[in-house]
Write a protein that binds this ligand. Sequence first.
Ligand code: ZN
Length: 490
Amino acid sequence: MSTNVLCGLEPQSVFSYFEQLTRIPRGSGNEKAVSDYIIAYAEQHGYRWERDEANNVKLYAPATSGYENRKSIVLQAHLDMVCAKDPDVAFDFKTQPIDIYVEDGFVKAHGTTLGADDGAGVAMILALLDDRTLPHPPVQAIFTTGEEILFVGAEAMDAHWLDGDYYIGLDYSNNKKILVSAAGVSVLQCTLTLERAPVPVGWTAFDVTVSGMQGGHSGNTIHMDRGNAVKVMEEILAGLPAGLASLADISAGTLINIIPAHAEAVVVCPPEHADTVRTALDARIALLKEVYRHTEPQLTITVSQRSAGDGMTVLTPACAEKLLRFVRLCYVGAWRMADDTYSRAECSANPAILRLEQTEAKFTLSARSNSEYLHDQIIAHQSELAALCGWKAELESRAGAWEYNAASQLLPQVIPIFREVTGREPEIAQIHAGVEGGVFDTKAREIGRRLDMVNLGVMNYDVHTPRERMEIDSVKPLYEMLRQILMTVE
Ligand SMILES: [Zn+2]
């Protein structure tokens, strides 16, 4: 393990703190040591600090002379990192330092994640508050834990920590954009009591499988018109001849934040109808392959035939219809597109996971929204529809959005600084995925505040993978931007 690998890179102070952080094991849930490190830094620098039970740390750097009456600025980053490694690499994230090196203009790690997400943000803050020549207003630094495991640190944080004027989040891996909004996400658990009947001996069963679909992230790709395997399976079953076949099982999806790409169903019928049922399924499959030829060119639907096993049961016709009616009618995809650009959804729905147990069907629907109003609308739509179809709907969780703040006084001051430092026009970005900013904005709303916040970052590639790398040339401009922001923002 070599030391001072990043020696000589500019700004030296940022790279030096970054390298120190790589030596502290700090996988999500294991942040005590790195929070101790931040506190030691605060003590050394004479900054007041607080730490909560989740190991979140807040530092207070008083204004330099003449800046006492300026608005306060909160710098924010997360202490934890994703622990991912190549399968052939022996590495213990609990004890070993990250083995970093420099290559082709990047800081990289041998066989593991680098932790520039969000070590870059943490190092940036430590370097800024270490620079005694930098005039600045009252600055607070908030270091959170468990960002990579559903924002558990931010969620546990006391809302009253959010008492600053301007917020600059540094958990962003893109140096060409200024992030101004992120989505909230909710999970609706729907259940239906199943009525089953035994399958007579000698009946025929068909196993139907849907695969080959693209799936994708339910935030970033939801507006792309990709197929949803739950819906595709329902479309197949809707082609069965009425009264000739019964549904024994249906399942699809794995995770709430993934568009389901795979589904399975079992259909049974008396042997004398097997040929008719098979023909109907084949015709329906040919039709759907045609319907999805552009959006899901790799869509594969297979049917295999066998005899129904002993003890098999099917849903009663009324129950199967109740089940499939809600799958058919529930909303899927972009509910509304963002009106600034049409490259993302503003609000969307992802019917994500469907499973049948012996007595109950469970259907998990997730929704996302950058607008709290639209989020409530989509949740109400899916819940009321579930009830109309005879299902029970329960809101399992609802995380709020970081809503775009059209009245921001910070953004109009950051844009010219970005332009001046980088020589480029920033892209003002809103994403349909979640960031900690959503947790902060939600907490702030709860105590009657509205956050004025932007996120900025260095350029990191392939984050959360062993190929994670930080572009060296993107570090200095961000540092310079933040210096300018601290010196000039009013
Ligand atoms: Zn991050």
